[in-house]
Design a protein around this ligand. Structure first.
Ligand SMILES: *Cc1c(COP(=O)(O)O)cnc(C)c1O
Length: 495
């Protein structure tokens, strides 16, 4: 399998795409074709365990790895999870939750970020690269901790995470700034997520910065969801969910299902789209957004307009105005024309918007529907869902469930089995969840987690139970303009 940049560069191998992260022309790597998985293959996959299903799906794309190599990777990665990596829970007739938060940091990013370090070191070995790698990550909260956990103490790698100093939850921040590991750096940025992400993209596309890192013995790479190595483990859980529904006799082979995905940078739901293109029977892919509703507008009008107020919400991992992975979908919509993509992305950078012809959008991507919800609606959903099903939703998943209810209101006769992708543990956002479900205000995240546990008779996950006792190891906060210098200093010997 070969990979091309959405803006024309290529071809490269899977290993090269993973090592590079972002293409030299600023584009995102995409596979030359969507490999096929037939219904017979799906039926076979249903008999397998999660690490095997995952290795099977990944082997379709990462052809420079053998299935056995990939299986060794997925086995090691998913052994770090508490039980199953991607269990499906039935909450009502035709309504399921895919729980992707049983990994080390309690959010869905763990699915890919426990795998990526192995893919990266494996790819470097295959390419004969003995230079060290500087991983640069911009985070809206959950990616940061998941990347730090995945890459800490991995040989030949330094990892630097940039987070918006006032734009992540207290728990997310606590998780990040207490991370141990000799190769780990965490930097607060005075700005929002888009500022952090823009700074990272700028460093990647700046030849001078590249040279400076190179002179220090480092190649730059990204663990953000723009890296194809992040995307490919995510495709697997869409297939795995289908297999689980088959095994539980909730669906028949070939039957269509819907997925609802709480979305920010568009990486999670894009993986669902790839699964559909590979042959998974999917009817609708429902893009759920919070008050940052740029994707909702895009899917209803074809206009992507990032010029709008930025809202800080209780689902911070979705507080995003520039959804990087959308570029991969738009690439398919414009019939893989790299020139068109380059033009649109320059337009976005310069003017803050681009347009896709509305008819073309519906013609090429009819499976996508977007819904957004207010903070009040999200809180009500957490409250009602707990009352109705005794199930605690985290605020991101609650955005997904709210979007599903809106979808049902609009398409009221749809009885297609629907899976809402649950992206975080409620304990990752304990103050908001406690307030919404039990109507109790508690500012301290650990205290809130304890009260939530008591009031709902659910258990606090180990990953956060001990956080308060950990020392703060990273407390540096910088202005946007100072990011490049700070990042360089981490590998330049100065700490
Ligand atoms: C990252 C994240 C999202 C958004 O996923 P994207 O792939 O960026 O669309 C949603 N919920 C949670 C909890 C997340 O951590």
């Amino acid at each position: 399998m070969k990979f091309y940049s959405t803006r024309g560069f290529g071809p490269v191998s899977g290993a090269e795409a993973i090592v590079k992260g972002l293409a030299d022309d600023g584009g995102l790597f995409v596979p030359e074709i969507f490999p096929e998985v037939s219904l017979d293959d799906l039926a076979d996959m249903a008999a397998l365990e999660y690490p095997e299903r995952s290795a099977y799906v990944m082997s379709k794309y990462l052809t420079d790895f053998s299935y056995e190599e990939l299986l060794e990777i997925t086995k090691k990665a998913y052994a770090r999870f508490d039980g199953e990596a991607a269990p499906v829970t039935k909450v009502d007739d035709g309504l399921y939750l895919l729980e992707l938060w049983h990994g080390p940091t309690l959010a869905f990013k763990d699915i890919a970020l426990t795998v990526l370090p192995y893919l990266l070191t494996g790819s470097k070995k295959k390419l004969g690269i003995d230079k060290k790698t500087q991983i640069l990550v911009a985070t809206s909260g959950d990616t940061g901790k998941a990347a730090l956990e995945g890459f800490k103490d991995v040989d030949g790698v330094e990892i630097t995470v940039l987070y918006p100093a006032e734009g992540v939850s207290d728990m997310q921040k606590k998780q990040m700034i207490t991370t141990e590991g000799k190769n780990v750096h965490v930097l607060g940025v005075n700005g929002n997520f888009d500022d952090a992400q823009t700074a990272v993209k700028k460093i990647f596309s700046d030849p001078e910065m590249k040279k400076k890192f190179s002179d220090l013995g480092y190649d730059l790479s990204s663990a953000n969801s723009i890296n194809f190595g992040r995307l490919v483990p995510q495709i697997a859980y869409y297939f795995s969910t289908y297999c689980d529904l088959l095994n539980a006799e909730e669906i028949e082979l070939g039957q269509l299902v819907n997925f609802v995905v709480p979305s920010g940078n568009f990486g999670n739901i894009l993986a669902g789209y790839y699964a559909k293109r590979m042959g998974l029977p999917v009817q609708h892919l429902i893009v759920a957004s919070n008050e940052n509703d740029v994707l909702t507008d895009f899917f209803s009008t074809g206009r992507y307009d990032a010029q709008r107020p930025f809202h800080k919400t209780i689902s911070p991992s979705m507080d995003i105005l520039v959804s990087s992975n959308l570029e991969r979908l738009v690439y398919e919509i414009v019939d893989r024309d790299p020139k068109k993509i380059s033009d649109m992305m320059s337009r976005l950078k310069e003017f803050g918007f681009y347009n896709v012809d509305e008819d073309t959008l519906y013609d090429k991507a009819p499976e996508f529907l977007g819904y957004s919800c207010t903070e009040g609606e999200t809180k009500d959903t957490i409250d009602n869902f707990y009352d109705d099903y005794s199930y605690l939703l985290d605020p991101h998943t609650a955005v997904g469930v709210t979007a599903f209810f809106k979808y049902l209101d609009e398409v009221y006769d749809d009885t297609t089995p629907t899976v809402v992708v649950s992206t975080a543990s409620p304990y990752k956002f304990p103050q908001s969840v406690l307030e919404a479900s039990c109507h109790v205000t508690e500012k301290d995240p650990i205290k809130a987690a304890k009260r939530l546990s008591k009031m709902t008779s659910t258990e606090i996950p180990e990953a956060i139970a001990g956080l308060n006792d950990k020392p703060i190891l990273h407390n540096k906060v910088v202005d946007k303009a100072d990011i490049p210098v700070s990042v360089l200093s981490f590998v330049g010997g100065k700490k």
